[in-house]
Design a protein around this ligand. Structure first.
Ligand code: COS
Length: 379
């Protein structure tokens, strides 16, 4: 077993860290305050090949491995939760399924512009009554000549009203439950496709979490991804990979919070010395650093299994379950170390604390991760 990062992985890590520190960190608090979607940053990320990271070069991507990808998400999340989730969704749950399940024509038309950073992607599964129970999708897609007619609502869609290309899961046969769901590629601007509310959220406030509305929206039948009625498997396989990305995001948020706590512990003086000289603070920092290291290894193990074409569903669920839990714990401790100042918007830990929470919820709640892990263990 080799725990060393390769030359390429180290290069990706340092390039993304430099970009995040220079371009995103200075505006992260402002993005959180305004909720403005970070298009200027995303354009630059596209230029740096960060929007098609694991897509092979022949389809316009960077062709790096999944560990490099997790390192990139971690570096973004270390400074800004919003940017990191937009990037993770684009890569993990839009580019990846089109690459894995798409035809060459679909890859040429949809994947290449996404991977080259010319278009932004999203993923739409969740509905008002289909959250943890992904089988309860009620949006329908009915064949009519050369088109599927899509009707229904999707909610909580990251980048929803901003994305150019969305993967949408709808029922092509309501009587068949999970075996009647199909995946479609839907383009922004398709007649019958509009937007409902944009959520005013606790954290990751600049990621445009939107409601999508489909009213007799005509989708060319060549936009059907994979097999007819094969959408549940596509959705689940996609989320298995997506969860590695969200776990990496959780590690990044935790690392960002720890960085701030260490800095503060060195600067802040009480009782005539920096608070980092007190064992109470040292023990907190030690616990935080240990948890982050453990979570990071779980993330990298899941990424390694994915790249090795081995089963990774349980391992990605473990990585997400643990990394999101420790992100909450670490952000809480970091805020505690800051005392009253940490409860104000003058310090980044307040934002990290809010950003950490969502990692326990999206792309499968912690309860769903436990269910996936337990089912696999009991097989
Ligand atoms: N990969 C491939 N196939 C999978 C799969 C996976 N990870 N998980 C399930 N399947 C297949 C099963 O093998 C089964 O196929 P067969 O019927 O041919 O045997 C089918 O899908 C149905 O699976 P299952 O019976 O396990 O489905 P459930 O309705 O019990 O749902 C959970 C399973 C709860 C795990 C699923 O609904 C889920 O992941 N929910 C959370 C959804 C989520 O993450 N939402 C967030 C949206 S993005 S913010």
């Amino acid at each position: 077993m080799n725990f060393d990062l390769t030359k390429e992985q180290l290069m990706v890590q340092s390039a993304v860290r430099a970009f995040a520190e220079k371009e995103i960190k200075p505006i992260a608090a402002e993005l959180d305050r305004t909720g403005d979607f970070p298009w200027p940053i995303l354009r630059k990320m596209g230029g740096l090949n960060m929007l098609g990271m694991t897509v092979p070069r022949e389809w316009g991507g960077a062709g790096v491995d999944s560990i490099s990808y997790t390192l990139a998400i971690e570096e973004l999340a270390r400074v800004c939760g919003s940017t990191s989730v937009i990037m993770a969704v684009h890569n993990s749950v839009c580019c990846y399924p089109i690459y894995k399940f798409g035809t060459d024509a679909q890859k040429e038309k949809f994947l290449r512009p996404l991977a080259e950073g010319r278009k932004l992607g999203g993923f739409a599964l969740t509905e008002p009554s289909a959250g943890s129970d992904a089988s309860a999708v009620r949006a329908t897609a009915i064949l009519d000549g050369d088109y599927y007619i899509l009707n229904g609502n999707k909610i909580f869609i990251t980048s929803g009203c901003e994305a150019d290309t969305l993967l949408v899961i709808a029922s092509t046969d309501l009587s068949k439950g999970t075996k009647g769901l199909t995946a479609f590629i839907v383009e922004k601007g398709t007649p019958g496709f509009s937007y409902g509310s944009i959520e005013d959220k606790m954290g990751v406030r600049a990621s445009a979490t939107s409601e999508l509305v489909f009213e007799n929206c005509r989708i060319p039948k060549e936009n059907l991804l994979g097999e007819l009625n094969g959408g549940f498997r596509i959705g689940m396989t996609t989320l298995d990979g997506g969860r590695i990305g969200i776990a990496a995001q959780a590690v990044g948020i935790a690392q960002g919070a720890l960085d701030e706590a260490v800095k503060y512990a060195k600067e802040r003086e009480q009782f005539g010395r920096p608070i980092g000289r007190f064992q109470a603070i040292q023990w907190m920092l030690a616990e935080m650093a240990t948890k982050i290291a453990a979570a990071r290894y779980l993330v990298q193990r899941a990424a390694h299994l994915k790249d090795s074409h081995l089963a990774f569903s349980k391992e990605s669920a473990m990585a997400k379950l643990y990394a999101s839990r420790i992100a909450m714990e670490v952000a809480n401790s970091a805020l505690q170390i800051h005392g009253g100042y940490g409860y104000t918007k003058d310090y980044a830990v307040e934002r990290f604390f809010r950003e950490a929470k969502i990692t326990e919820i999206y792309e499968g709640t912690s309860e769903v991760q436990r269910l996936v892990i337990a089912r696999d263990s009991l097989k």
